[in-house]
Design a protein around this ligand. Sequence first.
Ligand SMILES: [Cu+2]
Length: 536
Amino acid sequence: MMRYGLGTAGATLAGGVPGARARGGGAPSPVIMPASRRPRELPQPRLLRSADGVLDVRLTAAPAVVDMGAPRLVRTYTWNKVVPGYTWEIRPGDLLRVRLRNRLPYLPPPKVMVMDRPHEWTHTNLHTHGLHVSPSGNADNVFLDIPPGGEHRYEIPVPHDHPGGLSWYHPHRHGGVTQQLRAGMAGMLIVRGEIDRVPEVRAAAEKVMVLQSIQLGDDYQLLDPIPDPAPDQAFFPRAHALYTVNGVLRPRLRMYPGEVQRWRLLNAADSTFLSLHLNQHDFHVLAWDGLTLAEPDTTGVVMLSPGNRVDLLVRAGRAGSYDLVLTPGSSQQPDIPGMPGSAAALPGPRGMAMPGFPPFDEELARRTVLTVHVTGHGRPMGLPDSLPAWNPPVLPISRRRNFAFTVQREPDHAFLSFGVDGVPYDPAAPPYRIPLGTAEEWTLVNAFDPKLMNHAHVFHIHVNPFRITRINGRVLDKPLWRDTFVLPKLAGDSLTFESNFTDFPGKFVEHCHMTSHEDLGMMSAIEVVARSGGPA
Ligand SMILES: [Cu+2]
């Protein structure tokens, strides 16, 4: 077990003065000017597209001053000085080459490194979330560490049979994931494929929408985490949370009546569920997590856990203005449409009050994140009846595993402990080993002392997506393929899912994608082992 009681050893902020307001930027303080507050058209991140089988990317982590349409310019950490990062577009069989340079500020090392507290949050690395690629060597290897001033060259071969769909990239350096996601360091990663050739999908204008929760201090500057907070502080302090779409507050988007657009949404917030509804419109869902459904699923609300992507079609109705709203079910304890144990049925306040945070009632009231202006005229457009489903067979199950995401309060310290099976992440612990070429069925249980606050979690495993067959023991009519899925919030709630481990030996991780839970220890290592012996 890791011990705490470090005093302020790890709590010296980047400004050098314990307890002082952290300076996230590291650059000389500019005069902070009011930013533009006029409504802006939804921008699209710059597109970097592969050519001749290669996408060559220069990715630089750096502080920057960004105009998000907030009352002030925002000083934060970025990829390439923009929020979100550029969109990368590749094809199956491509080679993705990334030269990652870390220009985030140097922090004095903590006297004691604690694996289940925020630490070294200006170190970074790269995770290609959703890509079915190798976790080893210079590929999607989240055990790599790129310290400030360092650089690394990634080479990620993408399989020829990779499904077309929506993935994303973000830092995954344990101890600093939350800090870099809440700063805005994330970008979309599109794999082109069969779904893009469906005539109705192809005809629709494509809009990428990176949804983020940018968390800032009073002066709209990123604050440092506090590894050892006082009772009136939080690990990840903030005064403002900006719910942005492609880095802009409340942008607008034009459509004409009868127009069908393809919206490609990502929840890149560090720890917030986002339940979205477009007033007076339906969503026609094509794919979750880059995995195409057999037919469009028509729904009024899409609930994205942190890390989820959804690809959908929207058909504009009559002329008018329509808000895309975060419903009150967006919170750290989400309403999950159609799911047993949904918060809708439960009495009492939805949010939990934590010292150092604005009350959730206030922060997660119904709010508009984007406005659609339906105007003009054009050719009416159609919706597809069927889609090229991604639904591969699962091999016969060779082993069943039961495990738990655990939240405990230990008698000797003030904070909750987050872990897998009661143990916070320990890089020296042996990984859970799986023989290459097999499939397993896992049941994940939400385990915490019922006297504590409810905690929903979000299961994510790298490299291989999984097929959810049961929620709280109840068999689903249609199993769900995902790479990220909410674990409902009540003690004893469970998810049962199965997964193939048929290629890519190597070591990777499973964790809660509420990244504040992950940085606090809710992660463990997995190793897929080739039958001949050690990993390839
Ligand atoms: Cu969690």
